[in-house]
Design a protein around this ligand. Structure first.
Ligand code: GLY
Length: 420
């Protein structure tokens, strides 16, 4: 088989790594990849937003299956374009991807389908939102409606911070049209958990649970990022919670979307807050989580291609999925200053030595030139490992990290520790 992966982060490198283990796969292509993917795939320089050129490429190269990493091409309708051309693709169509591309749609969908989510109000103008927050009970959460790469969510402790956030989103338009509407949501305190399933529109196969560390600083301080680390499984998972998530969240979401003519094929990511062992949906995403995917794929023993293909074809039946019961984790190495301002172009050293300790290294923002690796983005590398206990896993990862160096390296020191 010839497989094409769209995207260029750690999630896509991890997917390529797992796909390359399939006996069914001969060639892998990566749009546009990074310095890590080039060893397993052929990197192809096309923008992920250029869905027509990607479809042309898949058609010309006779790609058997295309797998989409990031949300942007899904929100632009890449799956619809591939379907039109009879090309096989893993991911939801544009209408179903709306559950990630519009948070207002997602919240109203949950209200309609009785899916547990924090109470909320939606505003179309800054004035009505500013009026509302004068009477609000703090803290509250303010979210831009559209896609913001995880950066359009603000936890506001008081009215001043809330005012500032509304102005940033709706007046200064920091996120462009994504800020035409905002959601003001009740703040819930609990444990954040990631629950991902693969669906063919009717059936679902749950993946193992995980937890990501979204804040930039240790002890969950500072602004949100795309994710600074992840562990799998979610430490507090038990059968009651698991069954509750499947029954009260996953099933009604898949059924509700189908009922609205938005059949969901692909990966559904539920970002949950667990409060007193009850789950609430904070957000839905329509693609693999990053960096959760880097951690969970280390636990997958089955052929991922069977799973992705069955979802794309709409017959997710009898696909055996076996998981390692060990604990896996991922720590993201970033450029100091991320998610705000940071420098790139720094030489990366020590990767071979780190790898010799038995970790997997998934590249994100890296390039390779003149026989050296260089940093090229905010999130640079993902150091991942698996071991029987969380303690052993984290030791393996942090020991390996001690060999990796580049100017202005920054990473969280507390991945694996339980959160406040
Ligand atoms: N780790 C959060 C996300 O993938 O959206």
């Amino acid at each position: 088989m010839k497989i094409l992966i769209v995207g260029s982060g750690g999630r896509e490198h991890a997917l390529i790594w797992k796909i390359s283990q399939s006996k069914r796969v001969k060639n892998i292509y990566s749009i546009s990849g990074n310095a890590g993917t080039k060893d397993l795939a052929q990197n192809v320089d096309i923008k992920v937003s250029n869905i027509i050129e990607i479809a042309d490429f898949a058609q010309e190269e006779k790609i058997d299956l295309t797998v989409i990493g990031p949300e942007l091409p899904l929100s632009l309708g890449i799956v619809d374009e591939f379907n039109k051309r009879n090309l096989k693709i893993f991911g939801p169509r544009q209408k179903a991807a709306y559950i990630e591309s519009s948070k207002a749609f997602a919240k109203e969908f949950m209200r309609k389908n009785n899916i547990p989510t924090p109470e909320f109000n939606i505003f179309n103008s800054p004035d009505s939102a500013l009026d509302y927050i004068k009477e609000a009970v703090f803290p509250i959460v303010i979210k831009a409606d559209g896609l913001t790469g995880g950066k359009g969510v603000f936890i506001c402790e008081d009215v001043n911070k809330a005012e500032e956030s509304i102005k940033t989103i709706m007046v200064e338009k920091k996120f462009g049209e994504a800020g035409d509407k905002i959601i003001v949501e009740r703040f819930l305190k609990g444990q954040e958990m990631t629950f991902m399933v693969i669906s063919d529109g009717k059936r679902v196969i749950p993946l193992v649970t995980s937890m990501d560390y979204k804040k930039i600083f240790d002890y969950d301080e500072g602004p949100n990022t795309g994710g600074m680390g992840a562990i799998s499984p979610f430490p507090q998972i038990d059968t009651t919670l698991y069954n509750n998530i499947m029954k009260s969240i996953i099933s009604p979401t898949i059924e509700g979307l189908r009922f609205e003519g938005k059949e969901f094929r692909g990966l559904l990511y539920a970002g949950l807050m667990i409060v007193n062992n009850s789950p609430y949906v904070l957000e839905f995403n329509v693609r693999f989580g990053d960096p959760e995917t880097q951690a969970i794929l280390l636990r997958l023993k089955s052929d991922i291609v069977d799973l992705l293909e069955a979802s794309a074809e709409g017959h997710l039946i009898d696909i055996p999925v076996e998981w390692d019961t060990s604990v896996s984790a991922c720590v993201v190495l970033s450029s100091k200053g991320y998610p705000l301002k940071y420098e790139t172009g720094k030489v990366i050293d020590g990767l071979k030595r780190a790898k010799s300790l038995g970790v997997e290294i998934f590249h994100a923002g890296t390039i390779f030139k003149d026989n050296s690796f260089y940093t090229s983005s905010g999130r640079v590398l993902n150091i991942c490992a698996i071991a029987p206990t969380l303690k052993e896993t984290m030791k393996k990862i942090y020991d390996a990290i001690s060999f990796v160096s580049f100017d202005n390296i920054y990473f969280r020191q507390d991945i694996g520790r339980s959160k406040k």
